[in-house]
Design a protein around this ligand. Structure first.
Ligand SMILES: [Zn+2]
Length: 252
């Protein structure tokens, strides 16, 4: 048995899981904006699940308050590049996964990395970068997995170009409660959102299970409930108003 088969032996026994799913994952590139409490968990589980290439984008060094939630980090990393620390940790666990790093903010200069990616994961904490990534996702026709948390609440939505709402349709003004940094964070809540996001991402990339609809998943850490909210496209949205939309009938 090859090492890759041995590594993924347990998930290969999932009901209905096929070898082609594992091959799809190995051929996938995922762009992850943010390697904090959510993005770090997503990156780790995608690498473990067999995703072949991950692009990690996050600016700045690790500080002590990050360690209540950022599971890829450790005390020795304080003051060092967060994105490089995350990459080193994942490489040591899953050397099969190729990792590219950008120690910087989301900017149009990253268009080429967006273009080569099959899925974008938005796990940033500010709407300036979230909106930039949303615009690049629409321009390059890439699905965007929006993942966010605030206090005891988590939010998750898969936004596909040409198939409904984009991030600016949902939050036209951003969300003042999240921006600037300083909202409350319980690490286990960001980890829960990261785990949900990783599960959805692996399913989408592998083609495992039903196609996800365009609703927002809301996790409430106070009663551990999950709700699904309908998302409405804003026909005047500055980011997607000119985009041709698939009708319900011709959705695959
Ligand atoms: Zn829009």
């Amino acid at each position: 048995m090859s090492e890759s088969r041995e590594l993924h032996a347990r998930q290969m026994t999932l009901p209905g899981w096929q070898e082609t799913f594992q091959e799809r994952l190995a051929k996938s590139t995922v762009f992850i904006a943010g390697v904090g409490g959510i993005g770090g968990v997503v990156a780790q589980y995608l690498a473990m699940g067999g995703v072949g290439e991950i692009v990690l984008v996050h600016d700045g060094p690790l500080v002590l308050p990050d360690l209540n939630r950022q599971t890829l980090m450790d005390r020795e990393g304080i003051g060092k590049s967060r994105v490089e620390t995350a990459a080193e940790r994942i490489r040591s666990q899953i050397p099969e996964c190729r990792i590219r790093t950008v120690d910087g903010r989301i900017s149009p200069a990253l268009s080429d990395l967006v273009r080569i990616s099959d899925l974008l994961v938005d796990a940033r904490t500010n709407f300036e970068e979230r909106f930039l990534l949303n615009r690049m996702a629409r321009e390059h026709k890439k699905p965007l997995l929006f993942a966010a948390m605030n206090g005891m609440e988590g939010l998750l939505a898969l936004l596909r170009p040409g198939e409904g709402a984009c991030l600016e349709c949902i939050f036209p003004e951003g969300d003042p409660a999240w921006d600037p940094l300083g909202f409350p964070v319980l690490g286990s809540v960001s980890g829960t959102v990261g785990s949900l996001a990783a599960t959805l991402a692996l399913r989408v990339l592998a083609g495992y299970g039903q196609k996800e609809d365009d609703r927002m998943l809301v996790f409430d850490g106070m009663d551990l409930s999950l709700r699904r909210l309908s998302l409405a496209r804003n026909r005047a949205c500055a980011a997607c108003k000119d985009e041709p939309q698939k009708t319900r009938r011709n959705l695959p």
